[in-house]
Design a protein around this ligand. Structure first.
Ligand SMILES: Cc1cc2nc3c(=O)[nH]c(=O)nc-3n(C[C@H](O)[C@H](O)[C@H](O)COP(=O)(O)OP(=O)(O)OC[C@H]3O[C@@H](n4cnc5c(N)ncnc54)[C@H](O)[C@@H]3O)c2cc1C
Length: 464
């Protein structure tokens, strides 16, 4: 149902700092844009505030007029949890300031910032924080669902480095959440955060980060897949090193006839240290080696060419407990290859498998924050990309089938907790029945306290 003109006018009249886009306004279509076209919905009104008062006003207005609400940061939700069909979108992208305090080695960023904003601001001070590995993703969504990246081996999850958050609650009040203030809300924000309010500011601990680091992609022909997975298993399980990580990516580089086995490697150290770590992998005979020494704030741009905006996308989390069976990986590569070769429209798809050191992450008890997926389980993603919207159901069904196959591999091996990473699952895509695991009970109590009317319910809702 369309929002009545009188209601729209009342919102327009009460906002002090926002740019406003309704279907009649220039810029409306750009304001709907998301990382994936599957996330685009025709909102009734989009506002891009720069002042917290406008967020409180808009939250109250949406409840008074019973208007659907969505909060957008980086806009990477493929199912559209940061979009609204006909309702109100509060787009935080202009709240993207990034202020570094070099003496405490902390950074305070707006709730609409991207990880590029964070990486670049910190780099100017020789620092870095634990953020995502694709730098155009939003700080908001990634942090509120746990968050991890290349520095997690050394420093844990993004939420383990969150010091405080400023939140606009459903009733419009603005509160700080930290270990000292509203500690229960702070607990809930760290892993289930999209359910509790609009986070307008995050403060993170950062760390000294010498440049350059050793990183880049090395590409192998598909016949090497078992040897590569064996070597990545060895590095992770037998030779763990918190300064290092790798992502194995089945994808077709431009010009290649079939998907290749591409490995993005990282060592937080010198060229010599990196080469020594990945010596045996490199000895497997890559057809292309793009590893280099680069400034840390370039690291999270390396995957950007494979993760561009546009087209339709499905992003489904898979998981495995290492060591990953090389023969299973080989079978999955064969199936993936068959699928993408059968439909040229899927040519830019990828299957990613992460190999990150989890020791620091699991050193924090699972109930210390709301994040239920702490464990040694590794994550991966089936990332399909296509243009033909008539194939949406077909492609998603295939990806779901693949997800199920990975889950079936795992069942005996899960060591407790929730194997699937909440940020790699979207509503309807989760292969577990309870993504909050043992933390659900406490989350329900806190939801009743902080958002009893369930205003924030788009991403993995907590039903009281
Ligand atoms: C290409 C790509 C790479 C990725 N890499 C990583 C990675 O390296 N590590 C990792 O941990 N995850 C990664 N992810 C997963 C990522 O963490 C999630 O997709 C995350 O939700 C994206 O956040 P966003 O702000 O960009 O998205 P949005 O679509 O804007 O938001 C996602 C959800 O969070 C809510 N939300 C966002 N900001 C706020 C806020 N400030 N206050 C309240 N609610 C908010 C939105 O309402 C929405 O429901 C990746 C995803 C993609 C697509």
């Amino acid at each position: 149902m369309a929002i009545p003109e009188s209601a729209l006018n009342s919102l327009r009249d009460s906002l002090v700092s926002s740019t406003i886009f309704t279907p009649q306004d220039e810029g409306y279509h750009d304001a709907l844009r998301r990382w994936s076209d599957t996330g685009v919905k025709r909102a009734g009104i989009v506002i891009t505030p720069t002042a917290v008062e406008d967020i409180a006003t808009a939250l109250n207005w949406s409840q008074t007029h019973n208007v659907d609400l969505a909060i957008k940061c980086g806009g990477h939700s493929v199912s559209g949890t940061s979009s609204s069909a006909g309702g109100l979108v509060i787009d935080l992208s202009r709240l993207n300031s990034a202020t570094v305090n070099p003496s405490t080695k902390t950074i305070t960023v707006g709730g609409g910032a991207t990880w590029k904003d964070v990486d670049d601001a910190l780099a100017a001070h020789g620092l870095a924080a634990v953020g995502g590995t694709v730098n155009h993703t939003g700080v908001g969504g990634l942090t509120l669902g746990g968050g991890y990246g290349w520095l997690s081996g050394e420093h844990g999850l993004t939420i383990d480095n969150l010091l405080s958050a400023k939140v606009v609650l459903a009733d419009g009040s603005v509160v700080t959440a930290s270990e000292e203030e509203n500690a229960d809300l702070f607990w809930a924000l760290r892993g289930a955060g999209y359910n509790f309010g609009v986070v307008v500011e995050f403060t993170f601990q950062a760390y000294d980060q010498p440049d350059p680091v050793y990183a880049g992609i090395v590409a192998f022909t598909p016949d090497k897949v078992e040897a590569i997975v064996s070597e990545l298993n060895t590095l992770l399980v037998e030779r763990p090193d918190p300064r290092s990580g790798a992502v194995c990516i089945f994808a077709r580089p431009p010009g290649a006839p079939v998907p290749m086995v591409n490995v993005l490697v990282f060592y937080n150290g010198t060229k010599e240290q990196g080469e020594s770590r990945f010596n045996d992998l490199l000895a497997l005979g890559p057809v292309a080696n793009m590893i280099d020494t680069i400034p840390y704030n370039h690291l999270n741009a390396l995957q950007n060419p494979m993760a561009t905006y546009g087209d339709r996308k499905s992003f489904k989390g898979i998981f495995f407990t290492p060591p990953l069976s090389p023969s299973f990986a080989k079978m999955m590569l064969a199936e993936f290859t068959e699928k993408v070769q059968s439909d040229p429209d899927l040519g830019a798809s990828a299957l990613l498998l992460e190999f990150y050191d989890m020791a620091k992450t699991v050193s924090v008890p699972r109930t210390a924050t709301a994040f239920a997926s702490r464990g040694r389980t590794q994550n991966g993603i089936v990332m399909l990309r296509w243009t033909d919207s008539s194939k949406d159901l077909e492609h998603r069904a295939w990806a779901r089938d693949v997800q199920g196959r990975w889950k079936a591999q795992l069942t005996e091996e899960v060591e407790g907790g929730v194997p699937q990473y909440i940020n790699y699952a979207e509503p309807g895509d989760s292969v577990v029945s309870n993504i909050y695991g043992e933390n659900l009970g406490r989350l329900k109590e806190l939801k009743a306290k902080y958002d009893p009317a369930n205003v924030f319910r788009k991403m993995h809702p907590i039903n009281v």
